[in-house]
Design a protein around this ligand. Sequence first.
Ligand SMILES: [Fe+2]
Length: 458
Amino acid sequence: MDLLTEPDTLSGYPFLDPVKEERFDPTVHLNYVPPEKKITMQDLLLSQSATATPIAGTVPFPLLSPRGVRAYRKALFQQDVIEKCASSPFPGTLVLRDAVKHSQFIRDFWTHPETMKIVSDASGVPLEVVMPTEIGHTNIQTEGATIAEMVGNLKVEPSVEKLELSLEERAYDPLKDETSIIPWHYDSYPYVCVLMLSETDGMVGGETYIKKGNGEAQKVEGPQIGHAVMLQGGEVQHLAARAKGVAERITTITSYCAQIRNIYDSSYTTNIRPYADLGSLYPEWTRYRLRKLRDEITHYLDKAEHESNFSFQREELQSVITQQIEYLQRTSRQMVSPEYQEQILKKYGKAAYYDVFRIWETVQDLPEFETLASSTDQERGWMPESVYWMDLQKSIETIRMKKPLQSTFGTHPWSKSRKYYMGDELLRQGLNEVFLDWLGSSGLWDVYSKHRVSNEFK
Ligand SMILES: [Fe+2]
């Protein structure tokens, strides 16, 4: 659903407060208290990869004052923001993206030097926002089947309404729930700040679990109203538990990368491509990636030009270049053609796009798997001219050398005993739409669909 089917004039949401948003003032709207605890990679028994920094995340800490929360909500619920930024992936959920482009308050709050210092201090590393489009991505859970209905439920004053929970709901264990909305995953960007804009009194769930090196799940409480948590979500595997028991739940999220040299950047556009406006995402993505590359190159050039005792370190420079080649390659691969993406999503659906890992797991257990996957990769009839075949060869060589592969699901050596297929390569790169296309071309999608249908009738 999008706004085209909703009222499209300014009078479309007469219940929205017409009062203009406040001006951001850190002395009024912020209420920062440093996190009581920072969780390190070491605490989690995780060996730190080359792209990671030592702090994995924080416990919730106060960030916005009560007035700050209300000012933020007021900024979100403006007609202009709702009209231009709202979409609904499913009933009961509203997503607001790019509010930063229509709200001065939201822009000023997230980009203010004081806020930048807070998130950087909490993460133990200087951070910069990845792209403007990733400032204040807002998820709203509230009742309603249409955008207008849901918007009608939103007030500047946070709702304190609690919902009756059954015993079963109270005993809900997200670690045992396979249908958890957001199962174990890595984020698309290195760091994230999640800020709570709703009352959490009476809420069950809503916490984050981080997977430790020994396989155990470490629980991090969800933030209360006005509180935030920082997470190095691109580097630690985590799960967000479903929240129940409250009439509304509004979180707003900004993504960051480290502003330091020599930290290989683990960003992908995979999770946002299906619903982002690619016409504005790709230029922002390009600027962000090229800026980082430029800073990296400037750093080495400055060293070479200005440090009188700088000795030419051939090996160091070569390793930097190798890293940058991979970085540039990913920058390019992550910009999947909009027409191609649209065509694939139409054919397979967005649900399949977000379910590729489960689909791939299922497909591997089917008797036809090895034959179909092997012959597709041997014949190369699918996209014979594409760069993905080179990528596949490179990964196969990396596996042969027993070196780890960088992927959307962390950096690990290949651990399976079977052959490495194009399906693996495309998922590694977070090219879910290309993966579905390959799966379809190999015949595996049809086998999978039949298997699914026959399972439904069992
Ligand atoms: Fe996440």
